[in-house]
Design a protein around this ligand. Structure first.
Ligand code: NCD
Length: 312
């Protein structure tokens, strides 16, 4: 691990472009491997995945990544944990720490919660999504997917469209893509377009057709209905008419534009199935595959110091 490497991976904020490149290059090692168990780099280490919010692909992907590297992986779901009995975040952190995990992967519904836990534990912490704050491994896997398809990130025009207000995926992607000199455009209905985004060096649009004009990558975001008290979007049908990625709309982007979505998708709302399932244009299943590679790289990089010093 380079001397300037961070101890935790809490967000893309704080990562230098060379550190981002390093993670992507390391992930490239695993990207085509079907079975990496031949290299049990994390053998003897305990990885706890503590998920206080629902997840399918992120949890599974961290579990597979840890297992491929030979770690003992334990999953903790909030539904079956003491959180539902009223335990505080700090008590949960202290408990996780007492288990002597060697690496913790945490997802939490509150922005900043993962950083708070990281301050209280003695091992590296990976943020698997905290509220609407950051989801760094998602942005890294998106970057790896784009880099493999387009050759580089610098100079690409990337349009990120949809529910920007609630999206940690969008925040992390904006930070990463702008750091790597891509041109980022964001588009959302006015009710889902946070003013703070304008300070992040992106061009903001309230018209999707304008935003995707000439885009090399069109990244769609899920309408996060569970985070909306109501009233922020009209009916799903109307949303689709103005904000759904359809074949007709995609025709405005570059002829070879790549379509991405972090999943889970609301088909027929933010994206039409004809686009999501088009193997020529859609990179959605590739994103899932790259997720395992990126998480292997992050787990490996963050535990290198411990392994060098002897696992606890
Ligand atoms: C995203 C998440 O949970 O932040 N999904 C994911 O990690 N694959 C995006 C979403 O839920 O819309």
């Amino acid at each position: 691990m380079p001397a300037d490497a961070p101890r935790h991976l809490l967000g893309i904020a704080g990562l230098q472009p060379h550190q981002i490149m390093r993670i992507l290059d390391e992930a490239e090692r695993w990207a085509d491997a079907r079975d990496a168990r031949a290299e049990p780099l994390l053998a003897g280490l305990t990885q706890i995945n503590a998920f206080f919010e629902p997840s399918t692909r992120t949890l599974l992907s961290f579990e597979i990544a840890g297992k491929r590297l030979g770690a003992d992986v334990v999953n903790m779901h909030a539904a079956g944990s003491s959180v539902t009995k009223g335990e505080t975040l700090i008590d949960t952190a202290v408990t996780l720490n007492a288990m002597r995990a060697d690496v913790l992967v945490i997802r939490h519904g509150s922005s900043g919660a993962v950083g708070l836990i990281a301050d209280k534990v003695g091992c590296p912490v990976l943020n698997a999504g905290d509220g609407s704050h950051e989801h760094p491994t998602q942005a890294l896997l998106d970057a790896l997917t784009i880099r493999r398809r387009k050759g580089a990130l610098a100079g690409l025009r990337v349009a990120i469209c949809g529910d920007l207000l609630h999206s940690r995926v969008a925040r992390s992607n904006i930070l990463l893509l702008t750091a790597m000199a891509a041109e980022v455009r964001v588009a959302a209905p006015a009710t889902l377009l946070p003013a703070a985004l304008k300070a992040m060096g992106v061009a903001a649009f309230t018209d999707m057709d304008e935003a995707i004009e000439g885009a090399d990558v069109v990244m769609m975001l899920r309408v996060q209905r569970e985070r909306m008290a109501g009233g922020l979007i009209p009916s799903p049908r109307e949303y689709h008419a103005f904000w759904g990625l359809t074949r007709e709309r995609l025709a405005r982007a570059a002829p070879d534009a790549l379509v991405m979505h972090p999943g889970p998708m609301n088909r027929g709302v933010e994206i039409a199935s004809s686009v999501a399932d088009d193997p020529e244009r859609s990179a959605i299943t590739e994103q899932v595959a790259m997720g395992v590679a990126v998480r292997m790289a992050c787990l490996d990089l963050l535990t290198r110091d411990q392994r060098a010093g002897g696992a606890s």
